[in-house]
Design a protein around this ligand. Structure first.
Ligand SMILES: Cc1cc2nc3c(=O)[nH]c(=O)nc-3n(C[C@H](O)[C@H](O)[C@H](O)COP(=O)(O)OP(=O)(O)OC[C@H]3O[C@@H](n4cnc5c(N)ncnc54)[C@H](O)[C@@H]3O)c2cc1C
Length: 456
């Protein structure tokens, strides 16, 4: 038995007025320390968290994970069961939003707002009625992006996609513009204005003549290059390796080209193409195949706030914790500074407790009565337990088997199959972007404080 002390959580979680994670720099997604307790639990099997303070509040709902799913779950629960229902949201990070994070940088006294992970509302035209109703409730007007987004930016500056060839692999540092392709880039306005043919672009690549011929074969390749009867093609590409296709069908043996091809799907697939079938490589937009995402006229890539989907997360938080900021809708909230001190006030119906890693979730003593669930979490290296009538696990699925002790065996086994792969996005503030413009290299511009100048 763990030793328990009992107290109210009225004073827990209060943050100082200067606490403002969006302006922090460095590694921000899974920032240092954010996964210490999760790793201790999942990797080292830690279960003894020392003396545990048993908090006497009982919540109607406890949500594990303060990403968009967890925030939306809390919002829908209150909508269905009443605004007086007590909800506690626990998240291990120092900010809410999960993958949807906001970055702020002050450069030469001016605030620049950027996104730190999830950027865009994907395909809102295909979204469910529930999503559209939620957007309306929280003040996200997707129609505004049609005029608010500067669709002309890339075209006006003649910016396009490029590939950087580094000295270590290719013998020299060189930037080569992408050739023209008949399917435009999914980023609104960054449609290929390139006049380069595949051949002309490849001639600029720092490779031997033989290497250039091989690269051209990859770029001009595709399913038509595979000599298999049409009716067998589908099965063939599922059963055969992409690397065998490169080496045997297209005759590629240049290690630099194979390296480029290996890494060409990393951001979509989280693994090298050398372990993929042709079908998988094709579906992830590996080198020589159409990119995974191309411009979609029905759902153009314009539905994003300057802080990406953090704009949605913040609008949800504002709805549940009204005193957190000033702003009548998501658009006004973009420039609004959030007061994090309001997140976990005992007077709130919805409390959001950051820096709190959940390490154990279990039903109460009576296995036939699931109306009480005990949730243990670590905040500031101290162990706490809260009680909820309901719990939503909106955290990483792969963590659930490590923290929910009484999962059905089948669900446990399925969740244990989940994996996570590292993915790093870097946002860099430049005082002067002339070099990019002169090289006609497409960059995602940081949004100025007076973002209306760019967006409107
Ligand atoms: C770099 C990147 C870019 C993306 N871009 C887009 C995009 O442009 N558009 C799009 O629609 N989607 C995008 N996504 C997908 C994105 O993950 C989802 O759209 C969505 O934001 C996921 O929300 P979620 O709440 O389900 O999960 P998450 O955002 O992962 O939130 C889960 C939260 O639970 C927390 N948690 C985990 N374990 C515990 C624990 N034990 N205790 C307490 N808290 C815990 C996590 O730390 C996290 O904060 C992107 C993802 C990444 C990583």
């Amino acid at each position: 038995m763990l030793p328990f002390a009992c107290r109210s959580d009225a004073v827990l979680g209060s943050l100082t007025p200067s606490y403002y994670p969006p302006s922090l720099t460095g590694l921000r997604g899974s920032h240092p320390g954010s996964n210490t307790h999760s790793h201790a639990r999942a990797w080292a099997g830690k279960s003894d968290w020392g003396s545990t303070t048993k908090l006497d509040n009982v919540y109607d709902l406890i949500v594990v994970g303060g990403g968009i799913s967890g925030l939306a779950a809390a919002y829908f629960y209150q909508q269905k069961h009443g605004k007086d229902k007590k909800v506690l949201i626990l998240d291990n990070h120092d900010d809410f939003g999960g993958h949807a994070k906001r970055n702020e940088h002050t450069i030469d006294g001016e605030l620049r707002i950027g996104y730190g992970g999830s950027q865009s509302i994907v395909e809102p035209k295909h979204a469910s009625k529930a999503v559209h109703a939620l957007f309306q409730d929280i003040g996200v007007d997707t129609g505004r992006f049609n005029t608010a987004y500067n669709k002309d930016f890339y075209k006006r500056h003649n910016l396009g996609a490029v590939t950087y060839f580094n000295k270590a692999t290719f013998g020299q540092d060189k930037i080569v513009k992408h050739p023209y392709c008949n399917y435009p880039n999914y980023i609104e306005g960054m449609i290929m204005h390139s006049k380069l043919s595949n051949d002309a672009a490849v001639q600029q690549v720092p490779l031997s003549d033989k290497g250039k011929q091989q690269l051209l074969r990859v770029l001009n390749g595709g399913l038509h290059a595979i000599d298999v009867p049409k009716e067998q093609l589908k099965d063939y590409i599922r059963a055969n390796s992409y690397f065998d296709y490169l080496k045997n069908t297209l005759g590629v043996d240049d290690p630099a080209i194979l390296k480029m091809a290996r890494n060409s799907s990393l951001d979509w697939a989280s693994s090298g193409t050398d372990v993929m079938s042709i079908a998988k490589a094709k579906s992830t937009g590996a080198m020589g195949f159409k990119p995974k995402s191309v411009y979609d006229e029905d759902n153009p890539y314009i539905y994003h706030f300057p802080d990406g989907n953090a704009g949605v997360a913040r609008a949800l938080v504002k709805k549940m914790v009204p005193k957190i900021a000033v702003g009548r809708n998501a658009e006004e909230l973009v420039l609004s500074k959030f007061n994090y001190d309001e997140l976990d006030k005992s007077s709130n119906a919805v409390r959001i407790r950051l820096n709190s890693t959940v390490v154990n979730v279990k039903h109460g003593g009576n296995p036939n009565d699931s109306s009480e669930v005990f949730v243990n979490y670590i905040n500031d290296n101290k162990s706490h337990q809260v009680k909820g009538k309901n719990v939503v696990m909106a955290c990483y699925n792969m963590m659930i088997p490590h923290i929910v002790s009484d999962l059905p065996a089948e669900q446990y086994a399925a969740l244990r199959l989940q994996t996570k792969a590292p993915l790093q996005y870097s946002s860099i503030g430049l005082k002067n972007w002339r070099a990019f413009k002169e090289m006609e290299m497409g960059v995602d511009p940081f949004v100025r404080r007076k973002y209306k100048k760019i967006y409107l």
